[in-house]
Design a protein around this ligand. Structure first.
Ligand code: NAD
Length: 277
């Protein structure tokens, strides 16, 4: 009996190694020969948190590729500045003030977008906040808000815009999560929990879409380490190398154009995450 058990364990281990090797080879081949980039010209791309950092960068980049931008932010002035930057370059953009921590506000503004701009075909959930304190020092209302913006908003925006994408079998959901959604980090407990939620939601929706045969609706989940947008200024993070926002934006846009599901930046972080697995 114990010999049989040992044989089953060895067989399972062997299969795990074989599948890991196959997955590694598939990744290597797609790294050497990346899939062709799709056009985003004529798509309607909604970006939450478009008033600064990655949101503004993505809005400008997708507009330069011919997409119509729907910019959402709680900060009206910053959001409008993004819209004006796009228009000055000859792009198309529409700004809406939306508090992504509030479900009713999301549904209300989503309806305005549908009637005044059209159906969103690329939805980028980017708005995010960080408390940046040890867990017991995090005020309850900030923990709640972090979950509302970084995770729950993804549910409500997706509910608002996914049905039309599914009807047309055409669209793209983009979740700007974080490497903090793959590994727990001290001093970022509520942020990590919210980003684990965003990653889990993206993975689940991707599976649901596959099972329902919606091969034309894609999902991209973005997990960068720390970026020099100013979001983590003030957080007591030590010895952390910062990524350049422009580099991250470039990689996100390319991942969307290649329908890549998981984007971990920098790439070598994936090794630690895989070892954890
Ligand atoms: N900066 C980093 O180091 C880093 C690393 C990994 C992931 N991320 C993620 O990338 C995304 C963008 O981050 P960033 O660095 O560009 O941050 P940022 O602070 O520059 O931009 C966030 C934007 O979200 C907006 N926003 C905040 N609360 C909102 C609300 N309730 N409703 C609507 N808009 C709201 C802000 O006004 C701002 O324009 C976030 O989800 C963040 O968690 C950032």
């Amino acid at each position: 009996m114990s010999i049989l058990k040992g044989f089953v364990v060895a067989l399972r281990f062997g299969m795990l190694m074989l599948f890991s090797l196959i997955a590694g080879l598939v990744n290597l081949v797609s790294f050497i020969f990346p899939p062709a980039k799709k056009s985003v010209s004529g798509e309607i791309a909604l970006i939450t948190g478009a008033g600064s950092g990655l949101g503004r960068g993505m809005a400008l980049s997708f507009a330069r590729l011919g997409a119509t931008i729907v910019a959402w932010d709680i900060n009206e002035e910053a959001n409008e500045a993004t819209v004006q930057m796009i228009r000055q370059e000859g792009g198309k953009a529409f700004g809406f003030v939306c508090d992504c921590s509030k479900r009713d506000d999301i549904y209300r503004v989503a309806q305005q977008v549908k009637t005044s701009v059209g159906h969103v075909t690329i939805l980028i959930n980017n708005a995010g906040i960080v408390t940046g304190r040890k867990f017991l020092d995090c005020p309850d209302d900030l923990i709640q808000k972090t979950m509302d913006i970084n995770t729950n908003a993804h549910f409500w925006t997706t509910k608002a815009f996914l049905p039309h994408m599914m009807e047309q079998n055409h669209g793209h959901l983009v979740s700007i999560a974080s490497s903090a959604g793959l590994m727990g980090v001290a001093g970022l407990s509520d942020y990590c929990a919210s980003k684990f939620g965003a990653v889990g939601f993206a993975e689940s929706i991707r599976s649901e879409l596959r099972i329902q045969g919606k091969s034309g609706v894609h999902v991209t989940c973005v997990c960068p380490t720390f970026i020099n947008t100013g979001m983590f200024t003030g957080s007591k993070l030590k010895n952390v190398a910062m990524l350049e926002a422009d580099d991250v934006v470039r990689e996100i846009v390319a991942a969307v154009q290649r329908n890549q599901f998981m984007l971990v930046i920098p790439r070598d972080t994936a090794v630690f995450i895989n070892l954890k697995g």
